[in-house]
Design a binder for this molecule. Structure first.
Ligand code: NAD
Length: 479
């Protein structure tokens, strides 16, 4: 088939078992292409190739790795328009957001090009005279990277770049819904001179390819981003194989709006945090916890601005919110809108919209008069829906914010230094924002959460070294 996009295994483009159609959620008549669905034997071949290629790769030293990552970053930047268009077509993010995400991927590769040259170690005086002790960091080996559909360029980048920077070999499995962006990234990594076997792309279903990766004895570490149920299943399987795991999972991120907040800042932060990227961000603000004094004015302004958001095809110039990623996710969102009514909320928006094309368009939704006990306040929806919970004071706001099984990102809008400081210290989340949306992070600092949101060492920034390297303690006595 002419538009068949194959897996990259041991430096070769190889077919899998069958092909999967990739269709545009903005327009179901737009067939983006056919992508190979790999099998357990493809994973085996990739893992064997990766393992065999490791000694030469590690012998090359950090400069070769830094230069490769730098070239990859440059190519991603050069091709940002093309990759961004693919991302917008297959995931549904509006084009400016998609291109910005691709540029973020380039920044991540560039950052880790520098980090490759800064692999830390320690020399510590021994307790024994004449003995030197050195604590060195070494690559873990072959790592399996399993990624979700909502950031098809950035999340693979922030796993691939540190893995390669620190001398590991990679098997990447992107989400089934977004193979196109990963395939473009793989082509760049291959064409920029990554040695055969060091970077492998195996596309296909999680239950086949992902499962085989988690079970493969040569894959010694798994970095996963996705939903809680999949993360739990991976953790169980990885434990049996004694694998290192890093899990980044869901969120139910609170955004507190205090009476003293600047209304413009609060509305802008909530509009962005709850609805941009169609609410399909693990850091999206899905619980807006609003103090009584500002509640009505805040709800009035947010409602007005939310209803004015233009929902439409990802590639249309005037769209502000793209489609939901799939018909299955749209149905989940619509079910939660119905549940919000059943649970006693006043619902604004949330209905399916007819667009100019055959896509999965949905008006963003606000669930008013919500309580934190309702299912809509406790379960991750992963769509353009936010619950508004009214509270009396700061202590109640903090209690509600912390009353969740998740702990990824949390925000507060306030002009009070006292509240801001107390929130930063007392909220139980991996990332905390003051007068900023809960979504939207820098690429050179750690990313991750607490409680049910994350497990294992942090991703991104210099902290990535903890997952992608292992420590060796070397003793030397010169005699
Ligand atoms: P998902 O769990 O359905 O899939 C994630 C990946 O796991 C996919 O590549 C999938 O094919 C694979 N997979 C599925 N079953 C598997 C198995 N048995 N073994 C191995 N791999 C398997 O998640 P999704 O729907 O793609 O993504 C949405 C979820 O991702 C949301 O819950 C969101 O909060 C989360 N997410 C978290 C972060 C974060 O950093 N915390 C970032 C983005 C998305």
């Amino acid at each position: 088939m002419q538009d068949a996009h194959l897996n990259l295994i041991d430096g070769m483009w190889l077919p899998g078992d069958h092909l999967i159609q990739n269709r545009n959620p903005s327009d179901q008549s737009d067939l983006i292409g056919h992508y190979a669905a790999g099998t357990a034997s493809d994973v085996d071949r990739a893992a064997q190739a990766a393992s065999a290629a490791l000694p030469d790769w590690q012998a090359k030293g950090p400069l070769a790795r830094a230069e490769l990552l730098d070239r990859i970053a440059r190519r991603i930047d050069e091709e940002a328009a093309v990759i961004g268009r693919m991302l917008a077509r297959e995931e549904g993010k509006i084009l400016p957001e998609a291109i910005a995400e691709v540029r973020r991927a380039a920044q991540v590769f560039r950052f880790f090009a520098g980090e490759a040259l800064r692999l830390p170690g320690e020399a510590i005086a021994s307790v024994r005279p004449g003995v030197d002790v050195e604590v060195m960091r070494e690559a873990v080996g072959v790592v399996g990277l399993i990624t979700p559909w909502n950031f098809p360029a950035a999340i693979p980048a922030w796993k691939i770049a540190p893995a390669l920077a620190y001398g590991n070999a990679v098997v990447l499995k992107p989400a089934e819904l977004v193979p196109g962006t990963a395939h473009l990234l793989a082509r760049i990594i291959h064409e920029e001179g990554c040695p055969p076997g060091i970077f492998n792309l195996v596309m296909g279903p999680g239950s086949v390819v992902g499962q085989a990766m988690v079970e493969h004895p040569l894959i010694v570490a798994i970095s996963f981003t996705g939903s809680v149920p999949t993360g739990r299943a991976i953790a169980r399987a990885a434990a049996l194989g004694m694998k290192r795991v890093q899990l980044e999972m869901g969120g139910k991120n609170p955004m507190v709006v205090m009476d003293d907040a600047d209304l413009d800042t609060a509305v802008a932060a909530c509009l962005n945090g709850a609805f941009f990227s169609t609410g399909q961000r693990c850091t999206a603000s899905s619980r807006l916890i609003v103090q009584s004094g500002i509640h009505d004015a805040f709800v009035e302004r947010l409602t007005k601005e939310m209803l004015a958001l233009r929902v439409g095809p990802a590639l249309a110039e005037d769209s502000q919110i793209g489609p939901v990623v799939s018909v299955a996710q749209l149905q989940v969102n619509l079910d939660y809108v119905a549940l919000a009514r059943t649970e006693g909320c006043e619902v604004i928006g949330g209905e399916r919209l007819n667009g100019p094309t055959d896509g999965f368009f949905q008006r963003p939704a606000l669930f008013l008069n919500a309580s934190n006990r309702m299912r809509i306040s406790r379960e991750e929806i992963f769509g353009p829906c936010a619950a508004v919970i009214r509270v009396g004071d700061f202590d109640e706001a903090l209690e509600v914010a912390n009353d969740s099984e998740f702990g990824l990102s949390a925000g507060i809008c306030t002009n009070s230094l006292t509240y801001a400081r107390a929130f930063r210290h007392r909220v139980r989340a991996g990332m905390v924002m003051v007068n900023l949306p809960t979504a939207g992070v820098d690429f050179h600092v750690p990313f991750g959460g607490t409680k049910g949101s994350s497990f294992g060492p942090r991703e991104q920034g210099r902290h990535a070294v903890e997952f992608y390297t292992t420590v060796k303690t070397a003793y030397c006595f010169a005699g």
